[in-house]
Design a protein. Structure first.
Length: 413
């Protein structure tokens, strides 16, 4: 389906890529944990990686394989692996590929939970340097002889800094570094990770991919751009297959199988249904977010708006070049005289909740919630202010969202 449009590919991907039984257009949720082999040699061959197949539900099922096929096709990669959550995808990938004594360059704008996990990696002996990834020079200066990779988010949450993605990708290619992008904020409907030379993408399927706030999931996709033969952390046991699959094989074995964060068959099914409308949803949220950001920017009760679609955003031109839209996430600082919690309590349509990429518009006070564990110094480094509100813009009618803000602001004027 490479000659068809993106939405057409997604709508028909399940039936074409996976050929469900009995003419079904969706792959059924396979709830069997075990798989029978009439010939015992068959299970031996699957265990040893000599042929494809399922042996135990923790490692693989037809439901997971079907979703992985669609995700891999979206990214035009060489292999995808699904996990029970986005954080499971991050932690399983990192702990599968890096070991004590390695060094990784990481964005210091990382989202709170991911930043917390980097502390776990440091405790295990993995050296990490945090840098401002909006400028490739910071990445270059941070690299050391033992640097193995670079890890960052395309658009930071919640202050929306945009990484210098193309320049960093070029540098990683020159140095032979593994370049891992968290693309949760910029799904394939609005960004091609391959175009900037990324080695792998990690994403929370819970957010834009599934899109409806009803299922958890995570994924990693190997884009086939990295030379795994130069990566000495791949165990000899996993060097028997095609070299382009060494990375994804080790993550599947050491990460998914050994750590056990398996995505359930029911979740696989729900996510595959949700992603059929991915392009339509992201287009609408991007349009809504830009309109609302422009509205907030002109409001007297707002001190600052953070959104890549605004002309005064520091990385506006990078975002315009790389993405087909500017995303559905924006943040804004209220003026000092308005308390963020009091303001949020006045909103009637916008929901106060912690989530992203939903069909509904969500908002929350940043500092006392998702960045509560960060020190004031860390929050300042990331650009998080005490009166900041983060929004995940949904697909509602834009005029209704603006009307809700208008009536909420009226209580403080």
């Amino acid at each position: 389906m490479k000659d068809t449009g993106f939405t057409t590919r997604l709508v028909h991907a399940d039936r074409i890529l996976n050929a469900p039984e009995n003419g079904a257009v969706h792959q059924a949720a396979s709830k069997s944990v075990l798989f029978e082999y009439k010939d015992a040699q068959g299970i031996v061959d699957v265990f040893q990686g000599k042929k494809a197949g399922h042996v135990y539900g923790r490692s693989s099922t037809s439901s997971a394989a079907a979703l992985q096929n669609i995700l891999n096709d979206m990214e035009q990669g060489v292999g995808a692996i699904t996990f029970s959550t986005g954080m499971a995808a991050i932690s399983s990938t990192m702990l599968s590929l890096f070991k004590a004594g390695d060094h990784i360059v990481v964005s210091h704008f990382l989202f709170g939970n991911t930043r917390s996990f980097t502390e776990t990696m440091q405790a295990l002996g993995i050296d990490i340097t945090f840098v401002d990834v909006t400028d490739v020079q910071n990445v270059i200066k941070a690299c050391q002889p033992n640097t193995k990779g670079v890890y960052l988010e395309t658009i930071a949450n919640p202050v929306t800094q945009v990484a210098d993605l193309s320049a960093i990708g070029q540098y990683c290619a020159e140095r032979g570094l593994l370049y891992i992008l968290d693309t949760t904020m910029t799904p394939p409907s609005m960004f091609s990770a391959k175009s900037v030379g990324a080695s792998m993408t990690i994403s929370s399927l819970t957010k834009y991919i599934a899109g409806h706030g009803n299922v958890l999931g995570g994924a990693v996709v190997d884009l086939g751009t990295f030379d795994w033969s130069s990566f000495d952390n791949i165990l000899a046991l996993y060097r028997e297959c095609d070299p382009s699959l060494w990375g994804v094989t080790q993550i599947r074995k050491r990460g998914l199988r050994d750590m056990g964060a398996t995505l359930s068959p029911e979740a696989c099914h729900d996510i595959s249904i949700g992603l059929e409308t991915l392009a339509l949803r992201t287009q609408r949220t991007n349009q809504n977010a830009l309109t609302i950001a422009s509205y907030l920017e002109s409001h007297d009760s707002v001190a600052q708006v953070y959104y890549p679609g605004l002309g005064d955003h520091p990385q506006h031109f990078i975002a315009r070049e790389l993405f087909s839209g500017y995303g559905g996430i924006l943040s804004f600082d209220l003026v000092d005289s308005i308390d963020p919690i009091a303001f949020l309590n006045q909103l009637q349509l916008v929901i106060c909740a912690t989530h992203l990429g939903d069909t509904r518009t969500l908002a929350l006070p940043v500092a006392p919630t998702i960045y509560f564990e960060a020190s004031p110094e860390q929050r300042a480094e990331m650009g998080v202010n005490d009166n900041m509100i983060r929004m995940s813009v949904g697909i509602e009618d834009t005029e209704d969202l603006i009307a809700d803000f208008e009536q909420a602001f009226a209580h403080f004027c």
